[in-house]
Design a protein around this ligand. Structure first.
Ligand code: ATP
Length: 460
């Protein structure tokens, strides 16, 4: 699916929202003069004669800019300043006074004022301040817009892999992409089946056409049928108009059916017919329609067991798995953990506009040794959380959830471990199970004195 606004697309020009300005002064003349000047500059202006009225106004309306006299009868504008900013932290606060001294100016800035304006002031000075706030607001809006877009962005998918099993899976995807056959992706939750389905579509001749995802378990049987094949008006409560389904919307493209193992027998029959004949009916309609889409399905279930248990149609399974790809669990491709982790660190650091922190050696070890039952999704979430919670430039084990950080860092083959750490682990394990030192030396193919020295060095 494409993002609502593609990256790099220009934001359409819109009329600027008038700046909302609050004028706070106990002298009516000053208030009126300033308000007239500001209105002339296209601002929306409100006035307050004292601190209480100003705070009330700030509570009710999101002002951009406030001009506040330093002397409001008995009150001091300086004392009011922090309370007003407490109400509206983004407010640009300009202090005006006839008693300009460097000390009060410094104090006002210290308390959060943006600027300081000595009386008498000129319309040009006011115009300058208004323009600066306008520019700042426009910049903030653009930043927010960019942040939202960035927040929607997915980390760039990495197809580089050090794992032979993942490499094999990717090769099958590449080869199957060109042939218009159904593909079944198997694998645990979070292994990247959705990512690979999208990759398959992107490498297929259908790539210019839509890629549509249907998440099967999130919908009731009736809604899922309607989601897939559409419905006629009045087909069920809430069906207020004719509605096309996903297979029609994806015409020419690919429909990705996530968690196919969860669909009901009735829907299995409908899907089977669609796979065989490319024909279907919308819910509540007799007219037969056709759609030319490729079906890619994914499951985390053992579908053969489901077939044996009578819960899944065997003929549907055969239709779905013309090509089958098993996506390995992350614990079965430990080589990929740290490269993926670094990729996610770079992505989330970019999102937070900070330099990417390093993974300490100890943190690298706990990540490599953890079993990742939630697979790539769990790794991604762990990294995102670590970056939110720790502002430092080095990520340590304690920046990760307890279940990850607290496990013993047993060296694993292919992880970020030195050859000595791997050797130590192996030698100590063989020593632990061998009846005698001689037995262990035989298994390890080491002479006895060497093994004896190693055992002494490694403390057992
Ligand atoms: N190779 C990869 N590079 C970068 N991100 C990846 C990679 N593989 C998976 N991810 C990320 O991991 C998360 C899970 O991926 P995805 O949704 O494709 O998994 P899934 O197997 O379809 O999960 P589920 O079975 O729960 O639907 C997503 O945020 C995805 O962007």
């Amino acid at each position: 699916m494409r993002p609502a606004v593609a990256a790099g697309e220009a934001t359409p020009e819109v009329a600027p929202v008038p700046l909302r300005v609050l004028v706070i002064d106990d002298e009516r003349n000053i208030r009126t003069t300033l308000a007239l000047c500001l209105e002339g500059l296209g601002c929306h202006v409100a006035q307050a004669a004292n601190g209480a009225a100003a705070l009330e106004a700030l509570r009710l309306e999101a002002f951009d800019l406030a001009f506040c006299d330093l002397r409001l009868g008995q009150e001091s504008g300086l004392d009011l300043l922090p309370r007003m900013l407490g109400e509206r932290p983004g407010l640009d606060f300009v202090v005006i006074t006839a008693y300009a001294t460097v000390d009060t100016a410094v104090e006002a800035m210290r308390r959060g004022a943006r600027d300081y304006l000595p009386k008498p002031f000129t319309p040009a000075q006011i115009g300058h301040l208004v323009e600066r706030t306008r520019e700042r607001r426009a910049l903030e809006r653009r930043l927010l817009d960019l942040e939202t877009r960035l927040g929607e962005a997915e980390p760039e998918v990495s197809l580089a892999t050090g794992s032979p099993r993942m490499h094999a899976a990717l090769e099958v995807i590449e080869r199957a992409a060109a042939h218009d056959v159904a593909v079944l992706l198997r694998g645990e939750n979070g292994t990247g089946k959705g990512v690979l389905a999208r990759l398959l579509h992107g490498r297929s001749p259908r790539r210019e056409r839509p890629f549509v995802v249907v998440n099967c378990p999130t919908l009731s049987e009736e809604l899922l049928a309607s989601e897939l094949f559409g419905h006629a008006r009045g087909a069920f409560t809430g069906a207020v108009k004719d509605q096309e389904g996903r297979v029609e919307a994806a015409e020419g493209g690919t429909v990705f059916l996530d968690e196919i193992g969860e669909i009901s027998p009735t829907l299995q029959a409908k899907l089977l017919r669609f796979l065989q004949e490319k024909r279907f009916e919308r819910v509540g309609e007799n007219r037969t329609r056709t759609a030319d889409v490729r079906i890619v399905a994914a499951t985390n279930r053992d579908l053969e067991a489901e077939v044996r248990a009578g819960r899944f149609r065997e003929d549907l399974l055969f239709r779905l798995n013309v090509v089958e790809v098993t996506v390995p669990a992350l614990r079965d491709r430990p080589e990929d953990v740290l490269p993926l982790a670094r990729r996610f660190i770079a992505f989330f650091a970019r999102q937070a506009r900070r330099p990417p922190p390093e993974l300490s050696a100890a943190a690298g070890k706990v990540l490599a040794a953890y079993s990742w039952p939630g697979n790539v999704r769990e790794l991604r979430n762990a990294i995102e959380r670590a970056l939110i919670l720790s502002p430092g430039q080095v990520l340590e084990p304690e920046n990760f959830p307890e279940r990850i950080a607290a496990q013993p860092t047993t060296p694993v083959l292919g992880g970020d471990f030195t050859a000595e750490e791997i050797e130590r682990e192996h030698v100590l394990r063989v020593l632990a199970r061998a009846a005698t030192l001689e037995d262990a030396a035989r298994v390890l193919d080491l002479d006895l004195s060497t093994l004896w020295r190693k055992r002494r060095r490694w403390g057992r």
